[in-house]
Ligand binder design. Sequence first.
Ligand code: SF4
Length: 393
Amino acid sequence: MPDRRAMLLCMDPSPSAPAGASADMLRPFSPPEQHIPRLRRALLDWFAVNQRRLPWRVNYTPYEVWVSEVMLQQTQMERGVDYFNRWMARFPDIAALAAADEEAVLRQWEGLGYYSRARHLLAAARKIVAEHGGVFPSDLEAIRALPGVGPYTAGAIASIAFGEKLPCVDANVERVIARVFDVDSPVKQDPAAGVVRRWALRLVPEGRAREHNQAMMELGALICRKKPRCEVCPLAEFCISRHLGIAEQRPVPGKRAVIKPVQAVTGVLRRAGLVFVQKRPPSGVWGNLWEFPGGRVEPGESPEAAVVREFMEETAFAVRVAETFGIIRHGYTTYRLTLHCFGLDLAAAGQTPAAQLTAATECRWVRPADLEALAMPAAHRKLADRLFAGKNQ
Ligand code: SF4
């Protein structure tokens, strides 16, 4: 195995190494290009043989690359492929997506979370139709100008769909670079974030951006995982942290997000075979999704009391608890939700009063079977399925 100095010959983030970078990052090695062509070749050769067959890797259309990148930002590959295939069956091209209504788009996205991404996809498709004649723009600036397209997604589309010499730096790539080049401070923060970005760019070979970027991501997903499989890694020869025996200490973790537990309630109010649902406001979490009303349990409050209070506050309905449907647990962003679920009746018999909505833009009494067509947050969908799925109501 080569010694550390020999390995470090390829470490040269200059000329723009940031202030505060570690001594190793800044050491002036030369010639910096010595190992890079071999590293690129080893990576591309590995990818040619080991890449997974994925539906967006058949034609590499910008639309497919875009949708797949947005979907995969928060979900596992297997699940992402299922969602992608269903999405493409429903919205096979930009024109079909642009012509869809938001309800259908949110329903298709349901379960992936981060619903603003689905709304942005729709808005961007409409912009492409309105301003680019329905043809996905190839110019980086025009790609960045699309709603919801940040630097990562723009780089992914420009490089993977159009072959632009740009890097894609997702968490997999961060991990690979942090290990190969022994980046010794948290990669989400500068100076390390800048070092990773510059290495990512520098490694992209002329004319092979598509394969190279995907190979980096694939290596991170399949080989350079949290527990690295260095023994079968095509970059083992070049990897400084492996050479130093510290691969599992890279990347250096940053501050962990604190997961906050949330106790909440929701109630299924029924009347004459119909159930009450309301539509959340467009902004904020679960914007424009349909839900059973409810909210957080206040300190010292019982879940039963909370659901009665929430209904009064959100709809002005006086309700009483008729049934207990148990608990649904669901994690989203940095929250761990414990949702207490109830079946409710109106407290007073007689004519149903009109709802006075304070936390929604719209409400409906629907047949349970009609819930299937509404986009709902995942926990509410779980409840609806638990109560009504397969019961022909
Ligand atoms: S040698 Fe190990 S640590 Fe280095 S890139 Fe490969 S899998 Fe990751």
